[in-house]
Design a protein around this ligand. Structure first.
Ligand SMILES: Cc1cc2nc3c(=O)[nH]c(=O)nc-3n(C[C@H](O)[C@H](O)[C@H](O)COP(=O)(O)OP(=O)(O)OC[C@H]3O[C@@H](n4cnc5c(N)ncnc54)[C@H](O)[C@@H]3O)c2cc1C
Length: 297
């Protein structure tokens, strides 16, 4: 039987918050095929807003209700939405996007709308990144087969990753940094103290805890939002915000960004406006590329 080729999307949007969904709606209005990949369908940040008073036309609406309206609108316009945490995007003739669960997607343009993570980096985190410190246990876990590892979990999504590590590592220590129940399987040891520092010079050697040092070969920090510079190599960032011009273009051709990930103010109205601009700029980019006649050899 002939296998169907996976589609090459015109627009791949990372994040289903206000910025990503506004980009999706406007991409669809311009008749582009649009895929939104998002770690959660909707935005945890927006969902947390008890009452939004400053979004034009909706003087008293809850964040949850606004989010449901945004999602319905994007779906009704024909945008495809899939739950997936994007791990890496590789530029090339087309963009290739890899998700944490190893799905692969291709697109002609990309809009980053992944929001921000307002947490502080742990001491040692930046220095030891790639040297025993990672953000994806399923990607890098196999390197530490048979060894002791730690997971610092800022989201319940980390429980599944810890379960995977427990299948291949000797000991898995789990440090939950979120509220609510912790559901990890056998083989994962839950620790209730908070790591103060990641230890090691050339490589990770352990964690500094209030009760003393815990030797481990690797530490995985699982957050809701991955630092933007990790998504695409070479993306220019300043103070945690993706650098964009007025067209919401980043320094990488074909990659646009919108919403909280481009910096303050962290507001819905700004995210929606930037999502619209990013979509229109991406459409312009795609149309220009299409009209370029290949040079004769
Ligand atoms: C408690 C609270 C109250 C607020 N009240 C207001 C208010 O009254 N008025 C106002 O204007 N603003 C308010 N805000 C701010 C507002 O919610 C944000 O500015 C807005 O949600 C930003 O939209 P965004 O699309 O840029 O990012 P977000 O809404 O953060 O969405 C980002 C999306 O990207 C996804 N994502 C992240 N990383 C990845 C990845 N690697 N792969 C795939 N998907 C990924 C996330 O899952 C999420 O879906 C409030 C925020 C909070 C927390």
């Amino acid at each position: 039987m002939k296998q169907e080729k996976p589609p090459v999307w015109d627009l791949l949007i990372v994040g289903a918050g206000p910025a990503g969904l506004a980009a999706a709606v406007n991409g669809r209005i311009r008749e582009k095929n649009v895929l939104v990949l998002s770690a959660e369908i909707g935005s945890r940040r927006l969902g947390k807003a008890p009452e939004v008073k400053n979004y034009l036309g909706f003087p008293e609406i809850s964040g949850e209700e606004l989010q449901n309206r945004f999602l319905t609108h994007a779906r009704e316009m024909g945008a495809a939405l899939e739950q997936a945490r994007v791990e890496n995007i590789y530029p090339g003739e087309k963009f290739t996007c890899m998700t944490r669960d190893n799905r692969i997607y291709q697109s002609r343009a990309v809009i980053l709308a992944a929001g921000i993570q307002q947490t502080r980096f742990l001491p040692g985190e930046k220095e030891l990144l790639g040297r025993g410190l990672g953000y994806c246990a399923t990607c890098d876990g196999p390197l530490y087969r048979g060894q002791d590892v730690a997971v610092i979990a800022e989201t319940p999504g980390a429980e599944e990753e810890a379960g995977f590590l427990a299948e291949i590592c000797r000991r898995v220590y789990f440090f939950p940094r979120y509220r609510g129940e912790v559901n990890v399987g056998a083989g994962v040891e839950v620790k209730r103290e908070q790591p103060r520092q990641i230890l090691g010079r050339e490589r990770v050697t352990g964690l500094a805890l209030p009760s003393g040092e815990l030797p481990v070969a690797a530490v995985f920090i699982i957050r809701e939002v991955a630092p933007a510079e990790r998504l695409i190599a070479g993306l220019r960032i300043n103070g945690g915000a993706i650098i964009v011009d007025r067209e919401m273009a980043t320094n990488i051709p074909g990659v646009f960004a919108a919403g909280d990930c481009t910096g303050k103010p962290f507001q819905i109205g700004k995210a929606v406006g930037e999502g619209l601009t990013a979509a229109l700029s991406a459409v312009h980019y795609l149309d220009q590329k299409k009209s370029q006649v290949p040079e004769k050899v």
